[in-house]
Design a protein around this ligand. Structure first.
Ligand code: GLN
Length: 478
């Protein structure tokens, strides 16, 4: 049952092959006996209650396609009455008093929340190791990282602890764990999915999206996640589409751009081989390939690692020990209350970023760092604009390597370098996906697809056509 996609499970529920309660219990049992540490909290009672309500709807003929489908929810989305920690000690005692818009939309669509998925603290990291709740393990090899920051979500889907999950992607956090865990992840165009109630990391970059086994499933979830939300002033009025409607369009005549900068030094040879083999597969499906250049790609890491810390230093200032979250014991005075609460509540990587951001935003350095980084961001967007005049989609690797050993990257800058191929799409605000493209040393390799603004339906169509012709996405860890 747990190897089925959402589309298949939905059919099973409709045919009464099993009930949502049975399905939910099945996943709860799998979560219980798993050692992946994919969840921060498991909301078993709530899940059964939601599954019962879903079964009632199915019995009354009032079900939609997602009614009764269980999912893992990244612990960055506020969930009314349920602990929402963002992977931090700071929010270990935080019970959200309202639902994020994404949580609300999934509830309205009758999905069943199994629990809150593990993640890097405040989504800062590429390995899930910065979580206060300990690292998540990669289902393909428990010694390896599942990637991050949505590592709990990706491990839950790959380890078949949930048929689908939510993620957020500020610099790669949906695509990179999807890649390292051999599943499908979509980061939509900035503004496509509401950020309301999603604990903010870097507000001009953060975007939520689905993590699933297949592109077809990602389309189903995006259908309920996407849309304008008056509660998020950066959510877009651009019309949504039925993302499931065009999955079967032929991709004959598609032009794929391969940026030379994505295949340069630093990319593992075997990852390159697998990515290029996947591109060949697209040629067999009727696509043509063009070499392109994104000349400012090299500046994505320095620009991102200024913009993101600056914005996080501002966003995280609300965690002050006063309004919510961790508060130190017996502060000497108000300053000590702030200082000690934040010292105790935040982990090392979060503090590092707050320090960098505060420094870069300070009066004397603003122009030299933040403003400069924003200008580079423009140049990176312009590179994409020029590229999309000639090609329909850009392809390349997601991660320069396969999943690495937990604990093996000790220098923070080395961890930042792992984000080299994912950051540009966030800086430009473009939609991008990771889909399974094969294996290297028995670990998954992901192929990245970057599309033009609002081209989610097209990306999903391209990914679906690939998945109809290949079986990488059907492989499961033992
Ligand atoms: N690894 C990147 C970072 O640490 C991206 C994280 C994310 O997308 N949330 O900032």
């Amino acid at each position: 049952m747990h190897n089925k996609t959402i589309a298949q499970l939905s059919q099973g529920l409709k045919n009464r092959d099993f009930s949502s309660v049975e399905l939910t219990q099945h996943y709860l049992q799998r979560i219980n006996s798993s050692n992946l540490n994919a969840f921060i909290s498991v909301t078993a009672d709530l899940a059964i209650e939601q599954a019962r309500a879903a079964d009632d709807k199915i019995a009354q003929g009032k079900a939609n396609i997602l009614t009764g489908i269980p999912y893992a929810h990244k612990d960055i989305f506020c969930t009314n009455g349920v602990k929402t920690s963002a992977g931090s000690k700071m929010l270990d005692n935080f019970i959200a008093p309202y639902d994020a818009s994404v949580s609300h939309n999934l509830n309205q669509a009758d999905l069943v929340m199994l629990g809150k998925a593990n993640m890097d603290e405040f989504a800062m990291g590429s390995s899930t190791e910065t979580s206060y709740y300990g690292a998540t393990l990669n289902p393909w090899d428990g010694k390896k990282t599942p990637g991050g920051s949505s590592g709990g979500s990706a491990a839950a889907v790959a380890g078949r602890l949930a048929p689908c999950a939510t993620g957020t992607d500020t610099g790669g956090s949906i695509r990179q764990p999807a890649s390292l865990c051999g599943i499908t992840g979509l980061k939509p165009t900035y503004g496509r999915v509401s950020r309301y109630g999603m604990i903010a990391y870097a507000s001009s970059l953060d975007q939520a999206g689905p993590i699933t086994q297949t592109a077809q499933d990602a389309a189903l979830l995006l259908n309920v996640m996407a849309g304008f939300d008056e509660k998020d002033s950066t959510s877009s009025q651009q019309k949504t589409q039925d993302y499931s409607a065009n999955l079967n369009n032929s991709i004959k005549g598609l032009t794929i751009g391969l940026p030379k900068e994505f295949f340069a030094d630093g990319l593992d040879d075997d990852v390159a081989t697998k990515v290029l083999a996947a591109v060949k597969e697209f040629e067999a499906l009727g696509a043509t390939v063009k070499q392109i250049s994104l000349p400012n790609s090299a500046y994505a890491i320095p620009a991102y690692y200024i913009v993101a810390p600056c914005e996080c230093s501002s966003n995280l200032s609300r965690m002050d020990g006063v309004r919510f979250g961790h508060r130190c014991d017996n502060p000497k005075d108000l300053d000590d209350l702030y200082l000690s609460s934040r010292t105790e509540g935040f982990g090392e990587e979060v503090k590092r970023r707050i320090m960098i951001g505060t420094y870069a935003l300070s009066a004397g350095y603003y122009d030299a760092y933040y403003l400069k980084a924003q200008k580079i961001r423009h140049l990176i967007s312009d590179d994409f604009k020029a590229a999309f005049a000639d090609v329909d989609v850009i392809m390349g690797p997601v991660s320069p390597t396969i999943a690495w050993d937990l604990g093996s990257i000790k220098n923070p800058v080395d961890m930042y370098l792992a984000d080299i191929y994912t950051l540009s799409a966030n800086l430009a605000g473009l939609p991008a996906m990771s889909i399974p493209a094969g294996f290297s040393q028995n670990l998954p390799v992901g192929l990245q697809l970057i599309g033009n603004y609002w081209s989610e339906a097209k990306l999903l169509n391209i990914a679906h056509q690939f998945q109809q012709a290949t079986d990488h996405h059907q492989q499961t860890p033992q």
